[in-house]
Design a protein around this ligand. Structure first.
Ligand code: UDP
Ligand code: MG
Length: 325
């Protein structure tokens, strides 16, 4: 028998969750019919939702023994959710997917076919279009992938997603990476292993709304750059050298001007140089400080997530209701 764990991070997904559960049940049934060796578990992560997500998960866990869940003590972010899911999944294969059906469950049989013989360790999808997304957002996303792939040795495929069907070996490798500042797109790529991409057109959310603001995404992309590249530190050095050269040239010009006659103009030149160098210094110190801040957070070894409740705790509290079912 082969167990497939399906990990689903959920943050305020009361509207999508019932639809997702219905769809995934159909697919699990279909896959079991085709491959009699397969069994499934669903590992939902309630990432500190403020709506009825946890209540729905509790109901599902009482009725369906395949449903497991971990409820966080607060919102820790999707990255922490995925980590918790991978850490708690017991499967020989682990799937990570969103609850909003933007990762169509219909792809799972195809993905399983790629990993089942061990030829690939991971099957994942790649969006070839960004249909339904705002133009500015797509433009910035494309810019991010361009910069990222220029300055980092870890390749990050444009349009790659956190929708993955992975072997146990690959999951174990990911779990070895305990970093606090997690950027999964980079982590999936950094661990290596053989990955098969399946291309598809973007699908819009079934219900609810995205929890990513533009600013949130911007911060997340900076996080990604800093987690997988130290090139910005190099930029700081180069800018510093450049500023020194400019300063030196201006110094010569100033001496020449002062000697010749025009003191007023030479003072303006001084002001310019002052601002230029001051600004560059602040910029470079800022970049170094950002990395220092990340190192500081890592050195605290804080847990990536904290659990408040899971299906075991809930089931043992509600033995009576379980027997009724
Ligand atoms: N999510 C989460 N914690 C968060 C934000 C999002 O677990 O803090 C989950 C969310 O419930 C969904 C998935 O991550 O299942 C993707 O989120 P969303 O659809 O908002 O992102 P988008 O698809 O717009 O990138
Ligand atoms: Mg989504």
């Amino acid at each position: 028998m082969k167990l497939v764990s399906i990990v689903v991070p959920c943050y305020n997904e009361e509207e999508s969750l019932p639809l997702f559960y219905e769809e995934i049940q159909k697919i699990m049934q279909q896959m079991q019919n085709e491959h009699s060796e397969l069994t499934f578990e669903l590992v939902f992560i309630d990432d500190g939702s403020r709506d009825k997500t946890l209540i729905l998960l509790r109901e599902m866990a009482l009725k369906d023994m395949r449903v497991r869940y971990i409820s966080f003590s607060r919102n820790f972010g999707k990255e922490a959710g995925m980590f918790a899911g991978l850490e708690n999944a017991k499967g020989d294969y682990v799937v990570v997917m969103d609850a909003d059906l933007q990762h169509p469950p219909a792809f799972l049989p195809k993905m399983y076919n790629f990993v089942k013989d061990g030829e690939y360790d991971c099957a994942t999808t790649r969006r070839v279009s960004r249909k339904g997304e705002s133009k500015i957002r797509s433009a910035f996303a494309r810019l991010f992938y361009k910069i990222m792939n220029k300055i980092s040795q870890t390749e990050i495929v444009d349009g790659a997603q956190d929708f993955r069907f992975m072997s146990r070996q690959m999951v174990n490798a990911i779990l070895e990476m305990h970093e606090y500042n997690r950027f999964s797109k980079g982590i999936f790529s950094w661990v290596g292993f053989k990955t098969r991409y399946i291309e598809y057109e973007n699908v819009e959310r079934v219900a609810g709304s995205t929890s990513w603001s533009f600013w949130g995404l911007f911060r997340y992309s900076l996080e990604g750059i800093m987690a997988f590249s130290t090139a910005p530190l190099m930029i700081a050095c180069i800018l510093g050298i450049l500023a020194c050269v400019i300063g030196f040239v201006l110094f010569i010009v100033w001496i020449v001007q002062a000697v010749q006659e025009d003191m007023m103009r030479s003072q303006t030149g001084m002001m310019c140089a002052l601002f230029l160098i001051g600004g560059l210094q602040m910029f470079c110190t800022g970049i170094s400080a950002q990395y220092l801040a990340k190192a500081y957070m890592e050195s605290k070894h804080r847990p990536i997530y904290l659990m408040r409740e899971n299906e075991e705790i809930y089931r043992s509290r509600n033995q009576d209701k379980m027997q009724e079912n």
